[in-house]
Design a protein around this ligand. Structure first.
Ligand code: UDP
Length: 312
């Protein structure tokens, strides 16, 4: 019997890659998305596949599916700072009510549940790099708090369902990811810088650009998530997936200018409130437990992403 997987947020940047990968592995896939930040373009290439079903649905409302499902990947949420500032209440609702509904569906089906969590649960971290046992430094009432606290709640309720109902749950903490199909206007650093560089416009570096991030190419991230999803052992504890190659934002901007051979200059702008000063995943657990580590060099990932941005 072929198994069915549900991907909430399946028309989003990561969700669509996951739908694709699950179909390749011979799963049937039900993609749920309300399209507030996801896009039909991301899944256009899957629409002819008879094993793929798209349902426009807001998962903060009850999820009623007749089909028996085996895997639930809960990826629905605005995820770019610009998006979750624009949709603060939807972000809180999808992390809380949406996660509750997705867990309820998993419980009813005795399905395995995987939660997309985030490095934002560490807030502006005081421990560097961030291991999974660091509890974080989050301003719950700041503008970013809507995303951070929604995901922290989502982790808490996932663990409660695991403990109370003995469910097979998994939590991936996703660090900054990039690659083809990111929205040009998504507002994050890499799509902004590439779009600006390709138009020879100034690259908008926030603050002095001394804050750091560690960027993971999407194929690596999806490999890590799939390993966590499919590992046969118990895996309820959170797992960081990301690339530990930490860099300053100013240096990222300079490399994008060089790789696009752009005439752009850099324009410094105000640093957003509560913008984390540093971020780098400690991936010891993923290496040990999943035998996973990223393979794609930043430069080669950036070149593929630049080629995609040029083509559309
Ligand atoms: N950033 C920037 N210019 C931009 C967009 C983002 O300097 O046009 C900075 C932002 O302030 C943050 C870093 O890049 O320090 C990464 O931001 P992003 O929105 O990509 O994701 P975050 O890691 O903050 O969730």
């Amino acid at each position: 019997m072929r198994k069915t997987a549900v991907v909430t947020g399946g028309a989003g940047f990561l969700g669509a890659y996951l739908c694709e990968r699950l179909l390749e592995l011979d799963f049937k896939v039900i993609c749920l998305d309300n399209l507030i930040t996801g896009s039909m373009q991301n899944i256009a290439h899957l629409s002819d596949n008879r094993d793929f079903i798209f349902i426009k649905h807001d998962v903060t409302k009850h999820i009623a599916l007749k089909k028996k499902v085996s895997l639930i990947l809960h990826f629905a949420s605005p995820a770019s700072p610009v998006d979750y500032l624009r949709y603060p209440i939807q972000t809180l609702k999808v992390g809380s009510l949406g996660t509750h509904n997705a867990l309820g569906l998993a419980k009813k089906n005795k399905a395995r549940f995987l939660l997309a969590s985030t490095s934002e649960v560490y807030g502006d971290p005081l421990v560097h790099p961030q291991p999974e046992d660091y509890w974080g430094n989050v301003n719950c009432i700041g503008p970013r708090g809507v995303y951070d606290e929604a995901k922290r709640f989502a982790e808490a309720i996932t663990m409660a369902y695991h403990r109370r109902h003995n469910m097979d749950t998994r939590i991936v903490r996703i660090f900054n990811t990039f690659g083809p199909r990111m929205r040009k206007n998504d507002g994050r650093a890499i799509p902004n810088f590439i779009s600006q560089a390709l138009k020879d416009e100034p690259l908008t570096v926030y603050g002095k650009g001394l804050q750091t991030r560690s960027f993971c190419y999407v194929d690596d991230l999806i490999d890590g998530i799939m390993k966590l999803l499919l590992i046969k052992r118990e895996a309820y504890f959170p797992t960081n997936i990301g690339n530990p190659g930490e860099m300053r934002l100013i240096d990222l901007a300079k490399s994008i200018i060089a790789l696009t051979q752009s005439k752009s200059k850099i324009r410094f702008q105000a640093l957003p409130v509560d913008d984390p000063r540093q971020r780098e995943p400690d991936i010891s657990r993923a290496k040990r437990f999943l035998k996973w580590q990223p393979r794609v060099e930043l430069k080669s990932g950036l070149l593929k992403t630049i080629a995609w941005f040029r083509s559309c």
